[in-house]
Structure formats: C-alpha cells, structure tokens
Design a protein around this ligand. Structure first.
Ligand code: HEC
Ligand code: HEC
Length: 293
C-alpha cells in the first residue's frame, strides 16, 4: 500500500491545521463566555443624584449636556424635545426601539453616522433617576481628555493580535475582532470588524472609546483590566492606519492566495513523498528483476 502510506504526512499536516483552527475557535468561545459571565455592576439608584453618578460613568463617553455633539447628540433640553415615555424606553433599550423601527430612533441613527447607541442594560430605577437628573437641567461639558501619548501602530498591531500581551492582562482584540483582513479567518466574530472604526467614531471619539469602553460586552471585559494610556495610543494609531490601508476585500484576496499557496506546498510535499516511496519500492524490484534475468 505505498500510495496510501505516502499520503500520511500530508494527512498529518491537514489534521494539525484542523486542530489549530479548532483551538482558535474554542479560545474565542471561551472569551465570549467570560464576557457574558461578568455582569456590569449595578449601583442601587433612585434619585437625581444617583442619576448624575450613572450619567457621568456610563453616558459621558458619548454625550455632553450643553457641550456639543460627541459620539451621540448633545442632551441639552432632551426632556423638552422628547416625552418621558419615549426617553424611558430609549434609555432602557435603544436597540429594541431601533429594531421596532421607531421613527425618531431611525432618524437619530441616520443623523449620528449610523452609530447605534448601545443597550447599557440599566434597571428601571436607574433609568428613572437619569431622567430625574436630566430634569434638573444640568450642564456636563466633555471631559478634559488627557492628551494621548504618540502611539506606535506597529506595537498596536502586536497588541491587537496578541503577539504582545496587555499589561493589565486583557484578552487580545483579535479574540473577538477582525481588522483590515487580519483575523478575517482566524480571528473572532463576536465583535464587529474594526476597519471602519476610526472613521466611524472619529479620532477623538475613538480615543474616548478606548479610554472608557462604553459598550456592554467591551465594558464587561475591559473595566477590570483597562488599557494603559500607552496601549490606548498604540491601538488608536494602529486602527487609524488600518482605516487608511485596510482594504478588507483585497486582504481577503491575499488570504485566499496564501491558502492556495499553502495547498500547493502541501500537494508538493505529498507528491515528493509519493515519488520517494515509489522509488524505494521500485529499486529492490528492479534490482530483483535484474538478478532473476
Ligand atoms: C457608545 C456611545 C453611547 C453611549 C455610551 C450612550 N449613548 Fe446615548 N446615544 C448615542 C448615539 C449614537 C445616539 C443617537 C442615536 C443613534 O445613533 O442610535 C444616542 C442618543 C441618545 C438619546 C436621544 C437623544 C435625542 O436627541 O433624542 C438619549 C436621551 C441618550 N442617548 C441617552 C443616553 C444615556 C442616558 C446614556 C447613559 C446611560 C447614553 N445615552 C449612553 C450614543 C451613546
Ligand atoms: C470578548 C470579546 C472582545 C474583545 C476581546 C474585544 N472586543 Fe471590542 N467589541 C466586542 C463586542 C461584542 C463589540 C460590540 C459592542 C459590544 O457589545 O460591546 C465590540 C465593539 C468594539 C468597538 C466598536 C466598534 C463599532 O463598530 O462600533 C471597538 C472600537 C472595539 N470593540 C475595539 C476593541 C479593541 C481595540 C479591542 C482590544 C483592545 C477589543 N475591542 C477587544 C467584543 C470584544
């Protein structure tokens, strides 16, 4: 059975490849489970004072009150432009209102660069206290962002893929995200592709995002192990570069070409072994036939 045996090395390589893919998949699933297993801390909240605390921890990454548009609209006078019912529903579950095609929700999304407001999984009491806080007509200017150090996109890339570990131990971004073709095959699909993230959030918006991680899954993972300012700057620089150079379609083409090249190498190896086996089998045969003739 020289033919069957000769395919073994190729087969073994293929099995190894499959095992690697499985491991990557399992790790992604593990990270996903971890993200879901850590619920956000829910402070008890009933009053405008509590509303202020919640607003300043969970909403200021994206909103000011009287300080202009950030990632989302300026919320000055929002209690006069919207009804209490609408605000309650919206702050509780903006995703559901959008899914139900609420006309204001649809219009707001279009006006805000198609960035959906995340569902922050607030309790009824928390939502009520935020609205009570809005009714006191507060002013909340954008937080003075400490200027990020200049980032290095090459380090950002290594942090993204996990080649360099985060100082506080967070999982590599590629566990859940792809960007500009990186991770398109092996990376996680739990989070969105980040190629457009820089343009979507804008430079200041993305810096804010990396600093405060306002969305639910991200926050569950990162609040306990925040990125250092240097890491934020490096990732920021990498995502900026990826938004310019990232042509996911082309990158996918390159990946397909790589996969094809890999297959060819595999076939070559198999072919080589096959030939060698044949030679190994044929030599004694030939030798024997010489002796007998
Ligand atoms: C990740 C960014 C983000 C976070 C965090 C966020 N929002 Fe929003 N918010 C938006 C965006 C973007 C919109 C515009 C609607 C859209 O695009 O879906 C919006 C819209 C709103 C509106 C409607 C504004 C209007 O003009 O009618 C209210 C009210 C609001 N947010 C309140 C909050 C509150 C309260 C919190 C904190 C509990 C919060 N948001 C947290 C991004 C965010
Ligand atoms: C555990 C999985 C996980 C990891 C690890 C992770 N993310 Fe995310 N990320 C998500 C999910 C899920 C979302 C969608 C919003 C949400 O639910 O938080 C998201 C959203 C985002 C967004 C907003 C994208 C958009 O289009 O709105 C950015 C930016 C982002 N992540 C950056 C990062 C960076 C940078 C890292 C590494 C430092 C990272 N993420 C690591 C799961 C993850």
């Amino acid at each position: 059975m020289p033919f069957a045996r000769s395919w073994k090395p190729a087969l073994r390589l293929a099995v190894k490849g499959l095992a690697a893919v499985l491991v990557v998949g399992l790790v992604s699933a593990g990270i996903a489970a971890l993200a879901q297993a850590q619920p956000l801390a829910q402070p008890p909240a009933q009053s405008a004072g509590d509303g202020e605390t919640i607003f300043k921890t969970k909403c200021t990454p994206c909103h000011t009150i009287g300080g202009g548009h950030l990632v989302g609209p300026d919320l000055k006078d929002v209690t006069t432009r919207r009804t209490r019912d609408w605000l309650t529903q919206w702050i509780s579950a903006p995703d559901q209102m959008l899914a139900a095609k609420d006309p204001i929700a649809v219009q707001l999304l279009a006006e805000n660069n198609n960035i959906p407001m995340p569902n922050l999984a607030l309790t009824e009491a928390e939502v009520a206290s935020i609205i009570a806080y809005f009714e006191t007509n507060p002013t909340v200017l954008p937080a003075q962002q400490p200027a990020l150090p200049t980032g290095d996109p090459a380090i950002g890339r290594e942090l993204f893929t996990g080649a360099v570990r985060f100082q506080n131990g967070g999982p590599p971004c590629m566990g859940c995200h792809s960007v500009a073709g990186i991770g398109a095959l092996g990376g996680g699909a739990l989070g969105p592709d980040l190629t457009p993230a820089f343009n979507k959030y804008g430079d200041a918006g993305l810096a804010q995002f990396l600093n405060s991680v306002p969305t639910v899954t991200m926050n569950a993972v990162w609040s306990g192990q925040p990125l250092t300012p240097d890491e934020q700057a490096d990732i920021w620089a990498f995502l900026q570069q990826a938004s310019v150079s990232g042509r996911p379609i082309q990158a996918l083409g390159q990946l397909a070409a790589l996969a094809l090249a890999g297959t060819l190498v595999l076939l070559n190896i198999a072919h080589f072994y096959w030939r060698r086996r044949l030679v190994a089998v044929r030599r004694p045969l030939v030798a024997r036939s010489r002796i007998s003739s």
